[in-house]
Ligand binder design. Structure first.
Ligand SMILES: Nc1ncnc2c1ncn2[C@@H]1O[C@H](COP(=O)(O)OP(=O)(O)O)[C@@H](O)[C@H]1O
Ligand SMILES: [Mg+2]
Length: 231
């Protein structure tokens, strides 16, 4: 079966008088519905790898395949469209637009894609918010929410266009233990119930142990893979 997402021999070097190797020798593949953590010490290349997998950056050598399609030759616009349709991103900081309501923030990626009418976008955004327990917050602006609620809205926004893959970079970095667990429980549910793939960077072992697979990075290389949920 063709993997949903695959990295083959991926290396990324920042050019310059002293080139910096961000990641190297990255080989792995991902199937629908997998919940995967990328772990490793600070500076080990976790964010760099996530950006490559999320088609926000392009490998110096090696290839990234999405649904069997090699992505390195795609132009900027094609990559942007692929990201908008197939991928959803969650970062440590929520990046919600402060002047828009929660509902409007969730609708933004749908507006960019332009595939649905205004009433369908509204209905779909309301449905996603409901699934994440955020219906009472729909009309509020981000500054009226708690940190945990804001991060859940950021997840709702990532789900706007029904992505195949959700990529998250330290999504619980600004949350307390309880809200961190809530975020991971949502990811787990998306993987199990919707067969959406979740790839999340985390340095919290209490959270990564709830994933199916941990990819451990050291100095930009995969130093080991664990399958804690299978043990
Ligand atoms: N734009 C950049 N210029 C120079 N070095 C960078 C840049 N981006 C990342 N690095 C370096 O590459 C390494 C990997 O960074 P990163 O992927 O952010 O690691 P992590 O997310 O695991 O903390 C680090 O040593 C970092 O300092
Ligand atoms: Mg990082």
């Amino acid at each position: 079966m063709t993997p949903l997402l695959e990295a083959r021999g991926v290396m990324r070097v920042l050019p310059g008088p002293v080139p910096v190797t961000l990641v190297r020798d990255i080989h792995f593949s991902v199937q629908p519905g997998e919940f995967i953590a990328i772990t490793g010490p600070s500076g080990s290349g976790k964010s760099s790898l996530l950006y490559l997998l999320g088609l926000l950056d392009v490998p110096t050598s090696g290839s990234i395949y999405l649904e069997g399609r090699e992505t390195s030759k795609l132009g900027r616009n094609e990559l942007a469209e692929l990201r908008l349709k197939k991928l959803g991103f969650v970062f440590q900081f929520h990046f919600l637009l402060p002047e828009f309501s929660v509902l409007e923030n969730v609708m933004l990626p749908m507006r960019k894609l332009g595939a649905r009418s205004d009433s369908l976008m509204r209905a779909r955004a309301a449905e996603i918010l409901d699934e994440l327990g955020l219906t009472p917050e729909a009309r509020k602006t981000p500054d009226q929410l708690s940190g945990g609620q804001r991060q859940r809205v950021a997840i709702a926004r990532a789900l706007a266009n029904d992505p195949l893959i959700i990529l998250a970079d330290e999504p619980t970095g600004n949350l307390d233990t309880k809200n961190g667990r809530i975020v991971f429980d949502i990811f787990k549910r998306l993987a199990e119930q919707n067969r959406q793939t979740v790839i999340t960077v985390t340095h919290d072992p209490h959270l990564s142990e709830h994933t199916q697979r941990q990819i451990h990075l050291v100095d930009g290389s995969i130093a080991g893979t664990e399958h804690p949920a299978l043990v």
